[in-house]
Design a protein around this ligand. Structure first.
Ligand SMILES: Cc1cc2nc3c(=O)[nH]c(=O)nc-3n(C[C@H](O)[C@H](O)[C@H](O)COP(=O)(O)OP(=O)(O)OC[C@H]3O[C@@H](n4cnc5c(N)ncnc54)[C@H](O)[C@@H]3O)c2cc1C
Length: 301
């Protein structure tokens, strides 16, 4: 990947087959797919790759266990299939991690035990290991900082952990290898239209301030939470179709919560699934999930 060469390709190509706006997981995945099918593909990212949500995940592949409590079995299965494929395709940035769900009351053992047994069952041949009951001693061996006085035991299950930003960079590299041109610090500022049809975009190189008029047969809006802004820029609509939600992960020193496994609390007092996950020499705690009532600029409901 060489940015100056990519800018040269941008100016030398009269028309692209597919232009992708947004260099997060979605856009970069689209770029790999499109380029590997032989389409002349250009991806433009406003900041650096994965600067948006794609570097701020809880690092779970995919954390499908969260959807189990909602009874969304189809989504759980889909997440488990993707987890299996990701662990096979990118083992250098994804690995299996053991999790413990501590239980303090007898019903929690059977209720959560059944759920996590089902979670493993749904992964079929892509299972990462059997779900097991742990004694109190076993739970504390994995997570010594658990509140031990009233602890009865734990349920051990396995899930996937990944490095979201590194995976994104690898996707950018793979897309480039497959013939795509991917450019960071290139913001889409407008669209070119001919008789109500989008035929290109206007973009600005944020490093040189140079402006480009780029012709393309198709545009993919992969701007995540900013998708409405792009739709509005394109004159598509002026409604808010995306409801932004804010999630916070806290990263604290490892001594705050020691142990080799991750902790999963299926239901906090305010109804969230909470994780404490080893992450390098730190522990990642999260996540919150707060709906934001902010309206994006120039959008009306
Ligand atoms: C707190 C939290 C925890 C999460 N945990 C997990 C998890 O554990 N596992 C999991 O699988 N998922 C998790 N997710 C979800 C996951 O992070 C998102 O689904 C994913 O990152 C979305 O990727 P995206 O490419 O659609 O969006 P983004 O990564 O936000 O990418 C959109 C990109 O578009 C760019 N852009 C916007 N406007 C323009 C423009 N005009 N021109 C050019 N570029 C533009 C932005 O700069 C941005 O980089 C979590 C999300 C949050 C918020």
């Amino acid at each position: 990947m060489n940015r100056s060469e990519s800018i040269q390709q941008l100016t030398a190509t009269p028309q692209w087959d597919i232009l992708i706006i947004g260099g997060g997981a979605t856009g970069l995945g689209c770029a790999v797919d499109a380029a590997s099918r032989g389409y002349k593909t250009l991806l433009l990212e406003k900041h650096d790759f994965a600067k948006g949500s794609s570097s701020r995940a809880t690092k779970l592949v995919h954390g499908g266990v969260r959807y189990l409590a909602q009874g969304n079995i189809r989504l759980v299965k889909e997440a488990l299939m993707e987890r299996g494929r990701l662990l096979k395709n990118a083992p250098h940035v994804c690995h299996t991690l053991a999790f413990v769900v501590p239980f303090y009351q007898w019903w929690q053992k059977w209720y959560y035990g059944f759920g996590l047994w089902l979670y493993e069952l749904l992964s079929g041949k892509l299972s990462l290991g059997p779900t097991k009951f742990l004694s109190k001693k076993g739970a504390l061996r994995n997570l010594p900082d658990l509140e031990g006085e009233k602890l009865s035991g734990g349920i051990l299950y396995f899930d996937g952990q990944f490095d979201d930003s590194r995976l994104a960079i690898n996707l950018a590299q793979t897309a480039t290898e497959q013939g795509a041109t991917v450019i960071n610090y290139a913001v889409v500022t407008g669209f070119i239209k001919e008789v109500n049809t989008i035929t290109g975009v206007i973009a600005k190189d944020e490093l040189s301030n140079e402006q480009f008029r780029i012709k393309t047969k198709a545009v993919i809006n992969a701007t995540g939470v900013f998708a409405d802004e792009i739709l509005q820029l394109a004159g598509g609509h002026n409604k808010q179709t995306i409801t932004p939600s804010q999630g916070i992960n806290l990263v604290v020193d490892k001594h705050f919560f020691k142990g080799s496994a991750g902790l999963m609390v299926p239901k906090t007092d305010d109804g969230r699934v909470l994780f404490a996950i080893p992450w390098h020499d730190k522990v990642l705690l999260g996540t919150t999930d707060t709906l934001l009532k902010i309206l994006l600029p120039n959008l009306c409901r």
